[in-house]
Design a protein around this ligand. Structure first.
Ligand code: FNR
Length: 188
């Protein structure tokens, strides 16, 4: 099983990139997380699209289309979705004829990290209309919020907090189980 993990920040020391790395290391056996970010993606402009899809967008679209599930690790900006990650997802939804291949029916899990106290809860809820619009299958079975992430996450892509690490491990195994159930459903 291959999960595409996208960290929604361009920042070198991104807490969300560190969270993705920590989650990848906790994935259950037989489940590999490909870690990507959103670098190289310009601000969406239909004139630019008409000239041809940027390579970074094509590459993310293909990675998503070939994955068994999508793990979005999203910062929270002003209690909503962060513009740069929304921009990347918007690019990936182009042209509309590709939405079926790239997104529709694909299992998705959402999580995120913040130095603040609320763990990106507001941003995670704010993603829901977009998931619905793209026809993604959101996994509702687990929730993972990472507040105080400057202390909770170590530079080496590990959790500093054992309880949080255990919650994250369960989050990853729950999502992998969901993907397995979904793919069995598709075969039948
Ligand atoms: C933030 N940040 C933030 N944090 C939060 O918990 N709730 C919020 O509403 C906001 N709003 C917000 C707006 C803008 C414009 C910025 C730049 C930042 C702080 C944010 O969580 C913090 O910068 C994280 O470190 C961003 O994630 P990365 O880049 O570390 O992955």
């Amino acid at each position: 099983m291959r999960i595409l993990g996208i960290a929604g920040s361009l920042r070198k020391a991104s807490l969300n990139r560190q969270l993705l790395s920590a989650l990848a290391s906790l994935a259950p056996e037989g489940c590999e997380v490909e870690q990507r970010d959103i670098s190289g993606i310009p601000v969406y402009d239909q004139d630019l699209e008409d000239e041809g899809m940027p390579t970074a967008v094509e590459s993310l679209k293909e990675a998503c289309a070939q994955s068994d599930g999508l793990l979005l690790v999203s910062p929270e900006y002003n209690q909503g979705v962060p513009g740069p990650l929304k921009n990347a997802i918007d690019w990936m939804s182009r042209p509309p004829a590709d939405i079926g291949r790239v997104f529709r029916g694909r299992p998705v899990a959402i999580t995120g990290a913040t130095p603040g106290p609320n763990g990106t809860r507001a941003a995670q809820y704010a993603w829901l209309p977009t998931f619905r619009g793209l026809g993604l299958q959101l996994w509702f079975g687990g929730q993972l919020y990472v507040p105080g992430a400057t202390n909770a996450l170590g530079d080496s892509g590990r959790f500093n907090d054992e309880k949080l690490e255990e919650r994250a491990r369960q989050f990853m195994s729950g999502f992998a189980d969901f993907i397995r159930v979904q793919s069995v459903g598709q075969v039948q």
